[in-house]
Design a binder for this molecule. Structure first.
Ligand SMILES: [Zn+2]
Length: 90
């Protein structure tokens, strides 16, 4: 059986849910896609993150990617949040 997990900070989650995803470069619409990498589940069994993942199962570690529909630039959710910091202050 395969396990999976998402890794979001609150900031990223908020951005993901409420913000318009625009390309930081050309302000064009970005297209969401989902990617994942297979990681060894045992790395999550550290003392700081007690999880119920057992042994040496592979874990699907999901992350969201955003591709600009115009210039083709690709960002991870994390990068987009970083790029939008500061420019979004009121
Ligand atoms: Zn762009």
């Amino acid at each position: 059986m395969k396990s999976f997990r998402y890794e979001f900070t609150m900031e990223e989650l908020k951005y993901y849910l409420f913000n318009k995803k625009k390309c930081p470069k050309c302000q064009n619409k970005m297209i969401k896609s989902k990617g994942y990498e297979l990681v060894d589940g045992s790395i999550f069994n550290s003392a700081s993150t007690p999880l119920y993942i057992q042994g040496r199962d592979k874990v699907k570690h999901y992350h969201y990617l955003f591709n600009c529909s115009k210039c083709g630039f690709q960002y991870t959710l994390k990068e987009l949040v970083q790029k939008n910091k500061g420019s979004d202050k009121r």
